[in-house]
Design a protein around this ligand. Structure first.
Ligand SMILES: *[C@@H]1O[C@H](CO)[C@@H](O)[C@H](O)[C@H]1NC(C)=O
Ligand SMILES: *[C@@H]1O[C@H](CO)[C@@H](O)[C@H](O)[C@H]1NC(C)=O
Length: 354
């Protein structure tokens, strides 16, 4: 799973990621949406309705104030890519003989950098109508087509040597150069290490959730132990979700129905933050479980939200999302950080929580 794999594997210390999405045949959705994120936090956004790139973090606002051309460059790219993506959709539509929409083309590209090892990684991959389409292999400087329908594109793009060289230079020099600049401006924000507050919540009569919120960075791990041994039976791991303030939350649920009362104290929940020396260990104890249920996400996850307003809010706040085909062949809009899923039955967008 080329396309989705990279999203979840953050191996190096800093990352700069761009998410570009063009759609056709989705009336409630902007034709083009692009966002930039540093370490999973959105730093810039543009779409075909607002037409200019906007910084979305205070330190990014300071950067573009010092260097207004930087923002101009993004605004130009946003507009230029909108045209390129539209043309790509048109030619794919024709070549694949697709007469019915919606048509959705996405690109996720960027780079990772580790300031200690100086290691750099670049990536550039496309998805079409909810499936992996094509990805650039920077080692061999060739395009990889996981599906037969992308082979023509691959052959065409492989022949564009000047563009490949430009790509290589971009991912090896320019992208990490910018990432370093962003890290310089956002240093105190990006290099902070904040432990969360952890609490036990009664989710249902049989389920206790260990919930951590407010941590940063988003490289963290959480699990349940019995007698200090990690176990997975009856455990449901949640995803890392973003908070409004640039921190993150996550939870791990335990089915307690088959745990004998005298065995409760043998269980605990462990939270580990990358780079932090101490773990947060919380004993499973009936006395500390909070029963009033706390909303896991601050965002509206209603069963049905027909209006585009909710979707636009989510796009502008998260920026990053992927379209994916489910097992029934339907295309869904997914916000990977919190696994929120929006089913698309044009012209209506529907929410469901995943
Ligand atoms: C394109 O689709 C139409 C209608 O489904 C079909 O009649 C035609 O043969 C297709 N053409 C190609 C080149 O696949
Ligand atoms: C918890 O486990 C019990 C027994 O194994 C099972 O019957 C029940 O459905 C589980 N509850 C949940 C919410 O998974």
């Amino acid at each position: 799973k080329l396309f989705y794999f990279i999203f979840f594997s953050l191996s190096l210390k800093y990352s700069l990621k761009y998410f570009l999405t063009a759609t056709s045949g989705l009336p409630d959705f902007p034709e083009f949406v692009a966002s930039a994120s540093v370490n999973g936090v959105q730093v810039g956004y543009c779409d075909s309705n607002i037409r200019t790139a906007e910084p979305t973090q205070d330190w990014m606002k300071k950067l573009v104030k010092d260097d207004p051309q930087h923002l101009d460059w993004y605004s130009e790219k946003c507009f230029g890519n909108q045209q390129v993506f539209r043309a790509n959709i048109d030619s794919l539509k024709q070549r694949l003989n697709q007469t019915r929409g919606p048509y959705i083309l996405q690109r996720m590209n960027g780079c990772e950098w580790d300031d200690e090892t100086e290691e750099i990684k670049g990536f550039n991959q496309y998805g079409y109508n909810g499936e992996d389409f094509i990805a650039l292999d920077l080692q061999t400087l060739t395009w990889i087509a996981p599906k037969p329908q992308a082979v023509i594109t691959k052959l065409k793009w492989d022949a564009e040597k000047a563009r490949l060289e430009h790509n290589k230079n971009y991912y090896i020099n320019r992208c990490p150069g910018w990432l370093k600049k962003y890290v310089k401006y956002g240093r105190s924000f990006l290099q902070r290490s904040v432990l969360p507050s952890v609490s036990l919540l009664q989710r249902s009569p049989s389920v206790v959730s260990c919930h951590a919120t407010g941590f940063y960075p988003h490289r963290a791990r959480m699990f349940w132990r019995k007698d200090e041994e990690e176990f997975h039976d009856g455990v449901d791991k949640g995803q890392i979700l973003p908070n409004h303030d640039g921190s993150f939350q996550m939870s791990v649920q335990l089915n307690v129905s088959s745990i004998k009362p005298e065995d409760w104290s043998r269980h605990d929940c462990v939270f580990q933050l990358a780079g932090a020396e101490t773990d947060i260990i919380t004993k499973l104890d009936k006395k500390v479980i909070q029963t009033n249920s706390v909303s896991l996400s601050e965002f509206p996850v209603g069963p049905v939200v027909g209006a585009a307003v909710g979707v636009l809010l989510l796009l502008a706040v998260f920026g990053f999302f992927i379209w994916k085909r489910n097992s029934h062949g339907e295309i869904q809009l997914i916000f990977p950080l919190n696994l929120m899923i929006i089913e698309v039955h044009p012209p209506i967008l529907r929410y469901s929580s995943g």
